[in-house]
Structure formats: C-alpha cells, structure tokens
Write a protein that binds this ligand. Structure first.
Ligand SMILES: C[C@@H](N)C(=O)N[C@H](C)C(=O)O
Ligand SMILES: [Zn+2]
Length: 235
C-alpha cells in the first residue's frame, strides 16, 4: 500500500462531467485506447466538476503568461479495468525490453519488474478505500502546447519508465536545452498549483485535486492540517 492510500475518503458526490474538448488540446487518438484498452461505454475525457473548473482556471492562468498556449490532455478518468490493463501492458513492456520470457520468470525477477511498474502506476485496486487516483475523476495527465499547436518539450515522454520522469530531473543541468525542459515543467506545475492542484512527486505530468494523493500531499506541505479526500472511486 502506498502512504497516500491511508488517507480517509469522505465522498462529496460531485458528478463526473465531460471535459469540453474544444477548450483544450487533446492527445488523439487516446493513447490507452490506441493500445487496446476498452472503456465499456465510458470515455477517458471526464473529470469531477470541481476538477474541471480548476483545470480551466489553470489554463486561463497559463494564457495570461503565454497567450495562445493550451493545456494538452493526455488522460483523465480511468476505470479500474483500464488501470489493470495499463499495469499489465507495462509489465509486458518491461519483460520485452529486458528480452525476458514472461512465462519463465523467477520470483525475484517478477518482483523487480512489478516494482518498476508500480513506480509510476497506481495499484488497480477495487477496494473503495484505496481507489486508483484516475478512477476518482480527481487526477489528470497533461502537458502543454504552444500558440502554434506544437507540444512544448518537457524532455521526456508521459508514462516513460525512467528517472527523467521525475519532475526535477533536469533541475540542476548546466545544458541550456535541459534547463528549458525544467522551466517548461515548472511552468506547467506553477499554473496547476495556482488552480489548487498538487503534482505527483515522481511524475512531471500527473496532477490531482481532491483525491487521496492530493490530500496526502497537502498534509505533507502543512503537517498541522488533516485534509481528507473528497473523491472516491466513480463507476
Ligand atoms: C503512469 C501515469 N499515467 C499515472 O497516471 N500514474 C499514476 C500514479 C496512476 O496510475 O494513478
Ligand atoms: Zn496520472
């Protein structure tokens, strides 16, 4: 269990609403649907109402600094079945990258690979007390596009299983290009913080508001507080 999963959830009942896709840039086709994930009549382009309002606020803040720039949505609502699909898919990817055979892994190899997978993915838990962040409608994976529609270079791809996913990976680089990646990540983080989101400590692209991770991160910033999550899993 990850530490944030111990945070209590007091579900507020706010609806999951469609993201107005004309307001944002959108990764298309959706990356997990492209890999074969099935949504059974649901779509990933949903968020809790309050989270959507905050995402719009973040983009407005971005455009004050950079007119014409937009937030690009990579992923938002994710049913637990899709979380399971992506975890299994990533496990298979790591096995293939290491030229291993999934059917002949010994236990320590399996453990090592699962450990890598769960470094960036949440457990696909069906327990209502420990929902995967995206299954609550309170988490979103995003990047930025500039006023010409070009993706702003963050120095590594979303969902990359590598140290470069760490938000501060380029923070102390002496190379100008890498300093720019860091500045771009910081810009994204600043506008999201402005709108009340928290960033995943290990992923430059993952932001949350109202879920267990957000509450846990808020309490870390201010140890005197005991914020609880207001979003549990939504079906
Ligand atoms: C891996 C990335 N897409 C992601 O969303 N990670 C978080 C931790 C999750 O699985 O909820
Ligand atoms: Zn995410």
């Amino acid at each position: 269990m990850k530490p944030y999963q111990q945070v209590a959830i007091v579900e507020c009942g706010e609806p999951l609403v469609p993201i107005p896709l004309d307001l944002f840039a959108v990764e298309s086709p959706h990356p997990y649907q492209l890999l074969g994930a099935t949504y059974n009549g649901k779509t990933p382009y949903h968020l809790r109402q309050g989270v959507l309002n905050s995402l719009i606020q973040a983009q407005t803040q971005l455009q004050l600094k950079h007119p014409g720039w937009r937030i690009q949505i990579f992923d938002a609502y994710r049913p637990v079945a899709v979380q399971q699909f992506m975890v299994d898919y990533t496990f298979a990817q790591v096995v293939a990258a290491q030229m291993l055979n999934a059917n002949s892994l010994i236990a320590p190899q399996q453990q090592d690979i699962w450990q890598q997978v769960y470094q960036i993915w949440a457990l696909p838990s069906l327990d209502p007390l420990t929902p995967p962040p995206h299954s609550t409608g309170g988490a979103v994976d995003i990047t930025l596009v500039d006023d010409t529609g070009k993706i702003v270079n963050m120095g590594s791809a979303i969902d990359e299983l590598s140290p470069a996913s760490h938000p501060d990976y380029f923070a102390n680089s002496s190379l100008l290009t890498q300093q720019q990646y860091h500045n771009n990540r910081q810009l994204l983080c600043d506008v999201m913080h402005f709108a009340g989101f928290a960033r995943h400590p290990g992923e430059w692209w993952h932001f949350c508001k109202g879920d267990q991770m957000w509450a846990w991160l808020s309490n870390n910033v201010n140890p005197a507080s005991s914020v609880v999550a207001r979003y549990g899993r939504v079906e």
